[in-house]
Write a protein that binds this ligand. Structure first.
Ligand SMILES: [Fe+2]
Ligand SMILES: [Fe+2]
Length: 190
């Protein structure tokens, strides 16, 4: 489940729609895994879902939080209530990413062929996640993207395209940085 780098049209809002389609596919995959618990889980599908939750989902959220939403705030009218909409969606991203981390741990175990400690609980967690996430996507597709389409001028769309390209080119892992070598490391001595 790889996120597309660009659309045929080059339209950044079309790209967001395509990514949402991929995330709907991810939700379907998670539902398939939930339905195949406890003993019929396909390890390759568990790996595929874990990779998408670990990489594609956070990158998509960064694109929304650092590119789409700020531009929406910039170009929306007062009557659009975008501050409220954006705050709600940002909160949902935090909850979903934290939930996704827990799912990834178990999915990676399943992908290694390990059995589950509590299949019922994992099924419950999976269903909680994909049901919420489907609602999140539906809200963005029905409210946020149409609003952006109405409000963004051509310059806004260009700005969004270039911000997306920058974020896609950046490191996916925003975690702990490796400290710079001080000339004393094992690699330098050999
Ligand atoms: Fe979102
Ligand atoms: Fe989204």
């Amino acid at each position: 489940m790889k996120q597309s780098q660009k659309t045929e049209s080059g339209d950044p809002l079309d790209l967001m729609l395509i990514e949402h389609g991929l995330h709907q596919d991810l939700c379907d995959l998670l539902e398939e895994i939930a339905d195949s618990l406890p003993n019929r889980v396909d390890g390759k599908k568990a790996r595929q879902a874990a990779d998408a939750l670990k990489n594609d989902l956070p990158l998509h959220h960064r694109i929304e939080e650092e590119a789409l939403f700020p531009l929406l705030v910039k170009y929306a009218d007062d009557e659009d209530n975008v501050d409220e909409i954006v705050a709600r969606l940002n909160d949902e991203h935090v909850v979903d990413e934290s939930f996704a981390e827990e799912l990834v741990e178990v999915l990676e175990n399943l992908a290694r062929g390990n059995s589950l400690e509590d299949a019922n609980m994992f099924g419950y967690m999976l269903r909680g996640f994909f049901e919420n996430y489907r609602r999140h996507i539906m809200w963005e597709n029905s409210v946020v993207l149409p609003l952006a389409r109405r409000r963004f001028p051509a310059d806004g769309l260009r700005e969004l395209s270039s911000l997306i390209a920058e974020l896609q080119a950046g490191p996916i892992d925003q975690g702990v940085e490796t400290p710079a070598c001080n000339g004393e490391c094992e690699d330098c001595k050999t």
